[in-house]
Design a protein around this ligand. Sequence first.
Ligand code: KIV
Length: 275
Amino acid sequence: MGNMKLWNVAKIKASKGVCRIPCVTVYDTAFARLADAAGIPLLLVGDSLGMAVLGYASTLPVTLEQMLHHTAAVVRGTADALVVADMPFLTYQISVPEALRNAGRFLQEAGADAVKIEGGAFRAELVRTLTQNGIPVLGHIGLTPQSVNVFGGFKVQGRTREAGEQLVADAVALAQAGAFAIVLECVPPDIAAAVTAASPVPVIGIGAGPVCDGQVLVMHDLLGLSAGKPPRFVKPYAALAETVRDAFRAYASEVQAGSFPAPEHCYPPSESSVQ
Ligand code: KIV
């Protein structure tokens, strides 16, 4: 047996009502190492990869192979956190057997601990099949970005009483089907509070106010690395875009001026000079 991680799905599930769960998206080894070393228990290889890293306008173009590639990189940088991989568009919607085969690749080939799928009660059968076959599932309800074209944009969900009640029913159905936790995205805080109270498993909010069992943010938003104005629910904890741009500028101007590399960046001279 390899080294056991500090975090597993049972521990995340048991955190409900005990301690809040921070979660962040990561897409490569370098940032996974940093988030893991910071003690973040839950790392999500989100299909936000498409927008944050690959330059697409939505998550829809992201492929299974891209997600496997980035998930494996995150796993290589993680010692203690639980790594959850997002199943991309059309890899779990077509049939339950196809979803099971694709989800299994995240655990078998990329080394993920669990997968995330979007959708409410109508995904209960899939969640049950995956969990019964050894694949832990993180649910995702509210604004589910793979349905952006159905919603008509990245819009707040659960604004009517019926929609709020549906979200509560979705969370309960996913938890009963075996989901170990549920992401709740872009809903009013009172609805998030109702979903959190009703759900027997942790509800991880994003744009869902303060009354959830945990919180997730996209790494680029959290670090101030995103292009453009981040959504209202984001709090940047650093301004890395400026720091990185300044470093690139300083490097370029020193190379142009001939001041880098300096003598201290050079190896000792050779024993005999080349003619
Ligand atoms: O893809 C993603 O990063 C996500 C989170 C924002 C929850 O689904």
